[in-house]
Design a protein around this ligand. Structure first.
Ligand code: NAD
Ligand code: TYD
Length: 354
């Protein structure tokens, strides 16, 4: 293979996860002049079946590598002469970080450090980009008003958000100390196809399909600001190409909604699509998540004004597309439900039953 003919050689970490898969499905056909290496450990959250459409593309390869393993990563960088990275690999679920934080510290902090060290060793000005994908959860929790901006203070509350905050700080330090060109994005809650059914929206869809209870934490009035995954991927493409080195871009689509209202919406859409119901009757309020952030809301002014990004999919349309995708892909969903999932579900939900 003549790797030198590709204009950019890019490692995409976590490319078999929810956002990584959507990103690769978008970028691999869009940029035949780039070579993409999907570096993923395939934890419970990674699934190569997501990538069927591109698995034989000439400009795409998969490498099963753990980003905690510096030597293995280094060999991949050598093998493909890697210049840039889109870093999505992470332990990503808050409830799992409460049950067991160790993997979050190892993957999210040490893994990011390994990638930064390789970036530092191989850095070429104007040819190397490090796109670090992070979360708005690093900013902590909002009261009833206000928005997170790129200047909001970091106040993470969960082991997950604290590990992502640590990684963000390392990335920023590598810019300030070594003059490298990383860019950071902090986005709100994503939803769409291929999201693992531990997260709110696919979990509620799956449980409703099975006639199981829909567990809403606390009073259900916690607010999340939802972003359709395809809009997020377009934003990442823009920031990768046009983001200013060392800068942070917040990404959100102003879709704030209380959890209880969202679960009711999902039930209504499913009643309409499948008949039967009302599935709202399955809602059960369960004891709250410890340290549960009350409200997230993103101010995306910078990426809109400076890079011209705009979300294209309305919340209602995105939600309908998502419900339809899970109904059309029951085999994908059923495939997630193995022994590991059942164990996690019991650990997280058994003591919560009201
Ligand atoms: P995900 O959990 O669906 O996927 C994570 C992927 O990373 C999986 O494919 C997994 O196998 C891989 N991975 C985990 N540990 C690894 C390791 N040690 N080495 C190599 N690969 C490993 O996550 P996602 O929802 O796609 O999130 C992607 C990124 O976006 C994460 O960094 C997350 O923090 C961030 N983010 C996600 C959201 C969201 O709503 N999903 C919101 C904000 C930010
Ligand atoms: P989640 O999808 O885990 O994302 P995050 O915690 O990163 O925001 O949860 C979204 C919201 O839904 C959050 O306020 C917690 C709540 N939630 C429930 O009420 N019940 C559930 O079973 C889950 C998974 C989440």
């Amino acid at each position: 293979m003549d790797i030198g003919k590709y204009k950019k050689r890019i490692v995409v970490t976590g490319g078999a996860g929810f956002i990584g898969s959507n990103l690769l499905l978008t970028l691999v056909p869009r940029y035949p002049e780039y070579f993409f290496v999907n570096v993923d450990k395939l934890t419970y959250a990674g699934n190569l079946a997501n990538l069927k459409e591109i698995e034989n593309a000439e400009n795409y390869r998969f490498e099963k590598v753990d980003i905690r393993d510096f030597n293995a990563l280094s060999a991949i960088y050598e093998k493909y002469d890697i210049g840039s990275v889109m870093h999505l690999a992470a332990e990503s679920h808050v409830d799992r970080s409460i049950i067991g934080p160790a993997d979050f510290i190892q993957t999210n902090i040490i893994g990011t450090f390994n990638l930064l060290e390789l970036y530092r060793a191989r850095f070429k000005k104007d040819a190397s980009t490090f796109l670090h994908i992070s979360t708005d959860e690093v900013y902590g929790s909002l009261g009833e008003g206000g928005y997170f901006t790129e200047y909001s203070a970091y106040r993470p509350n969960s082991p997950y958000s604290a590990s992502k905050a640590s990684a963000d700080h390392l990335v920023r330090a590598y810019h300030n100390t070594y003059g490298l060109h990383p860019v950071i994005t902090n986005c709100s809650n994503n939803f769409g196809p291929y999201q693992f059914p531990e997260k709110l929206i696919p979990l509620m869809i799956r449980n409703a399909c099975e006639g199981k209870k829909l567990p809403v934490y606390g009073d259900g009035k916690h607010v999340r600001d939802w972003l359709y995954v395809e809009d997020h991927c377009e934003a990442l493409d823009l920031v990768f190409h046009e983001g200013e080195p060392g800068q942070t871009y917040n990404i959100g689509a102003h879709n704030e909604i209380e959890n209880i209202e969202l679960v009711r919406l999902i039930c209504g859409i499913m009643d309409e699509m499948l008949g039967g119901g009302p599935r709202e009757a399955l809602i059960e309020f369960v004891p709250d998540r410890p340290g549960h952030d009350r409200r997230y809301a993103i101010d995306s002014t910078r990426i809109i004004k400076e890079l011209g990004w705009r979300p294209q999919v309305s919340f209602e349309e995105g939600l309908r597309k998502t419900v339809q995708w899970y109904l059309d892909n029951r085999a994908w969903l059923d495939n997630c439900i193995n022994g590991e999932y059942v164990k996690y579900y019991e650990q997280n939900y058994t003591d919560r039953q009201s």
